[in-house]
Design a protein around this ligand. Structure first.
Ligand SMILES: C[S@@+](CC[C@H](N)C(=O)[O-])C[C@H]1O[C@@H](n2cnc3c(N)ncnc32)[C@H](O)[C@@H]1O
Length: 487
């Protein structure tokens, strides 16, 4: 036997082992308490809707029971549940099929239940009469012979099309595919999953883009097919249904200091180890020297924090609330940064005094600026103080044209480039633990990135799982979500 075939066989064996292990991990069943504790927050979402439980064992599943019992109270239009053929608990509590059918294995077919408001007219479903209603009204039906009831099988996708909201606890090993299907069919959903899913490169971007978020509770106990209780510490609800929690601001009060909030070695952000300690004054902002700050029109700009670096103080500012610039900053409109920097430079420069890096000498045009003094900066480089009549064009358009021309001709005209601003710009990005997502209000913070074990890093050229992360003094910080305050 060739070594390739041998290794293929070995791989197949490993795959099967892996599948068997995953399948085993898929078989845990949700308790009524877990469902009630979470669903009480979503009641208004269900009115007039078609709910589909597509990884359930109709009747054995507490999801199905919950919705059948609450059908009228929630004002559902329809309830659908489908059962996977291979489910080990199907037909245990409620035998839809005859003994003969079960013995010949004909009963172990994938089946579905569909209940409409019409079916429940004059009925008052309870735990006691549920079976009777299902039987009497013939609501349990086999799925087509070739269908195994998988959520991605044709008949189940057809039912999915009809549904408004999917509510279930899908097999954990197929979580990625399951969410992908829901996304593809543009469905609302409320589903149970493992916390690790957050770090999947298929899932994290959905969180980042506000297409999926965490529910309220953290289910702790599930029931295994043999009836024993299994405890978990990392299970959560994932949803795209709006909930009040998402609109509540996280209360933060700590002030930033470079000592308490170290900067990563390999990523331009500060690290925070506890969500409650996210500094309230660390945000996207621009640093000015005190002389420059004095010259600034305070009706247009506001101070957010001060940072002392050796013997110099930088005062970080942002456009004042209510200004056009603040709107650009708030919305991160294309080119917002350049626009803010342009106006900020103009405000200080027109007033006559501005601190600029010594590299300005490369572009120095004596018709444009006059050097008034040199002074030692905090980075031990000389800073050049300049003064003069502002040649900065009156209108933004003119300025942009001139800027283009200047760079084209490499003339000596002064344009305060990104290079200049990079020393003064603070991107306000903060690396926080994954638990932040439980408290995330997307109107308060935007997610910039996520870096960690299964990183989904936009600029990660290595693209290798497990090799990339943010370090502090050479020590890796486990999965961090990089956030920025919305101003
Ligand atoms: C974690 S259990 C949860 C069962 C039930 N939803 C509950 O919460 O009690 C996942 C269920 O999905 C079923 N399942 C596995 N693969 C499936 C698939 N491809 N399509 C639909 N269901 C599947 C399993 O048999 C199992 O019953």
């Amino acid at each position: 036997m060739s070594s390739t075939i041998q290794s293929k066989k070995r791989n197949n064996k490993n795959d099967n082992l892996h599948k068997a292990k995953s399948a085993k991990n898929d078989e845990f069943y949700t308790t009524r308490g877990t469902i009630e504790n979470e669903l009480k927050w979503y009641k208004h979402h269900f009115k007039g809707k078609v709910v589909y439980c597509n990884c359930d064992d109709p009747y054995e599943s507490e999801f199905f029971k919950y919705f059948m019992l609450q059908f009228k109270m929630l004002g559902l239009k329809k309830l659908i549940a489908t059962c996977y053929k291979n489910s080990p608990v199907a037909n245990k509590q409620f035998q839809f099929f005859s003994n003969e059918e079960l013995l010949t294995n004909r009963g172990n077919k994938a089946h579905k239940i569909e209940i409409t408001s019409e079916d429940l007219k004059g009925e008052n479903p309870s735990m006691e009469n549920m079976k009777d209603i299902l039987k009497r009204k013939k609501l349990v039906k086999n799925l087509p012979a070739k269908c195994d009831g998988s959520f991605d099988s044709k008949p189940c996708l057809k039912l999915l099309e009809e549904a408004d909201i999917v509510v279930t606890n899908p097999p954990f090993s197929q979580f990625r595919q399951f969410v992908h299907v829901l996304e593809k069919y543009h469905k609302d959903f409320l589903i149970i999953g493992n916390m690790n899913a957050i770090t999947y490169k298929e899932i994290f971007p959905l969180i980042k883009d506000n297409k999926l978020w965490l529910g309220y509770t953290h289910p702790k106990e599930f029931i295994e097919p043999n009836g024993t209780i299994k405890k978990f510490g990392n299970i959560m609800w994932f949803t795209n249904l709006d909930i009040p929690k998402r609109h509540e601001d996280l209360i933060i009060w700590k002030k930033y200091s470079p000592e308490e909030y170290p900067h990563y070695d390999n990523y331009d952000a500060i690290n925070v180890d506890k969500v409650a300690e996210i500094p309230c004054d660390y945000c996207e902002s621009w640093g000015l020297y005190p002389e420059e700050f004095e010259a600034l029109d305070k009706t247009q700009w506001e101070e957010v924090r001060r940072e002392r670096k050796e013997d110099t103080e930088l005062i970080y500012v942002i456009p004042k609330e209510g200004t056009e610039l603040r709107k650009l900053l708030h919305e991160h409109t294309d080119g917002y940064k350049e626009e803010i920097e342009h106006v900020l430079a103009k405000s200080i420069y027109c007033s006559g005094v501005m601190g600029v890096p010594i590299t300005i000498l490369d572009k120095y045009n004596p018709d444009q600026i006059e050097i008034v003094k040199f002074r030692k900066g905090n980075d031990e480089k000389d800073l050049t103080y300049t003064e003069g009549a502002s040649p900065l064009e009156a209108s933004k358009q003119a300025s942009k044209q001139a800027s283009k021309q200047a760079s084209k001709q490499a003339s000596g005209r002064l344009h305060l480039t990104s290079e200049f601003w990079s020393a003064r710009y603070c991107n306000g990005i903060i690396g926080v633990p994954i638990t932040f997502l439980d408290k995330w209000n997307p109107e308060q913070f935007r997610i910039i990135n996520g870096i960690g074990r299964y990183a989904c890093i936009e600029n990660d050229s290595t693209n290798k799982i497990g090799t990339y992360g943010t370090n502090i003094n050479g020590h890796r910080k486990y999965f961090r979500i990089h956030i920025q305050k919305i101003l």
